[in-house]
Design a binder for this molecule. Sequence first.
Ligand SMILES: [Cu+2]
Length: 164
Amino acid sequence: MIQSSFIKLVATTILTTAIFAGPSLADSVVKVTLTDKGGTMDMSKSMGLGMGMKGDMMKSVMGITINNKSVLHGKVKFNVTNSSTNVIHEMLVAAIADVNVVLPYNATENRVDEEAYKDLGEVSELDPGKSGSLTLNLKPGKYILFCNVPGHFMAGMWTVLDVR
Ligand SMILES: [Cu+2]
């Protein structure tokens, strides 16, 4: 009898540990890659390829790719890699109503006005080849991921994530 209740205790302990240890199974991971075409890119003026601007995205010289366009709400971890060979990039996350929204823009600085449009978090200024991560608690909705180094957003450096 003693033996069998001991086994039962051990089994219960293992089961409990298996359920409660480690990160929740519901956590989502998004692999984010920051890219550019390389070479000489003129970032001195806006290319007009921001979200909602109906620009020809084929002309973009920079971009953000994600391995998952739609994830479950809750904790979402962004693993961000700057795959550029010579340009610093970053990733900001902000909630959006829809993909036709035009973000407030500071034309002098040639970047999204972060004062007027609050982001939820960022992996800032990654050197070429470097990686960083950010974990956010996201509600269902649409979110924009973008780079706010001057000129980059308007060069096409943004994408949209769906949280369901
Ligand atoms: Cu960038």
